[in-house]
Design a protein around this ligand. Structure first.
Ligand code: MN
Length: 260
């Protein structure tokens, strides 16, 4: 864990909050960030702060939230509201929260304007794709797979491997893990990217053809997304720390450029 803090060196990473309704009282809504993202950012030398979903979406306030941070981490969560990519809800669609989704998309838009590094994990990767004009399979059934084919069962620790992914040459993922053509990853999703957003590039696919990592093809900004949960794996070993280290390094570069 980070033992000392140097303001010149440790970038501030904003993690989006998200609305989680209480099971018994759906009006008792909490805004939550998963602790494992906070831990992974700390472990890689970033200073985590949580950006709560605004009660009323206000672009000026989102801009101020983005001004505070040096990097944006979009965390995993519940399903994405399908009208955001032009679809009606299908029967397999699970819980959604349109307020959270609209807020996250505005965070991405504002971070894009500032050329700030963005890391998206699971739903985070999928919503980056939506923000760039892409679409999703509302359920893996619509990709011709079993609905639970990318969902680990068991104790929900999410730190076990579920399937391998094939790393594309010259991708961001390939730069982060040189010499690795395949990676073993966990898997906890029933939605997946269908059509890629504009100028997004596939970094990895599973053997059954599901997009498992993407980046934005733009030299002026680092935007990277993964479909699995590296934050769960870094609890037990450092195998996936290079993802967070690469993100924090980009946030450091962003921070030092902004200061000039
Ligand atoms: Mn998967």
């Amino acid at each position: 864990m980070l033992s000392s803090v140097n303001n010149e060196y440790n970038p501030i990473i904003g993690i989006n909050g998200m609305h989680i309704p209480d099971e018994e009282d759906e009006l008792d809504i909490k805004d939550k960030a998963n602790i494992h993202y906070i831990g992974a950012i700390q472990k890689s030398g970033g200073i985590p702060i949580v950006l709560p979903v605004l009660e009323e979406l206000n672009i000026e306030i989102v801009k101020k939230q983005i001004e505070i941070i040096d990097g944006l981490l979009i965390e995993g969560g519940i399903d994405i509201f399908p009208s955001l990519y032009g679809e009606e809800p299908k029967p397999e669609l699970e819980k959604t929260d349109i307020k959270t989704d609209n807020f996250i998309i505005e965070l991405i838009n504002q971070a894009k304007i500032k050329k700030m590094p963005i890391l998206g994990i699971c739903k985070g990767m999928q919503i980056i794709n939506i923000a760039f004009g892409g679409t999703l399979y509302q359920d893996l059934k619509y990709a011709g797979l079993k609905s639970d084919s990318h969902r680990q069962l068991g104790d929900h620790r999410r730190d076990y491997y579920k399937h391998t992914i094939n790393v594309e040459k010259n991708s961001f993922l390939n730069k982060i893990f040189p010499n690795k053509e395949k990676l073993n990853v966990n898997s906890y999703h029933h939605q997946a990217i269908k059509d890629l957003g504009k100028d997004l590039i596939i970094d990895a696919k599973s053997d059954d053809g599901i997009i498992e990592a993407i980046h934005w093809n733009n030299n002026s900004q680092w935007i990277f997304g993964v479909q699995w949960h590296p934050e769960r794996q870094v609890i037990i070993n450092d195998e996936f720390m290079p993802i967070f280290n690469a993100f924090i390094e980009q946030a450091r570069i962003y921070k030092s450029n902004i200061k000039k």
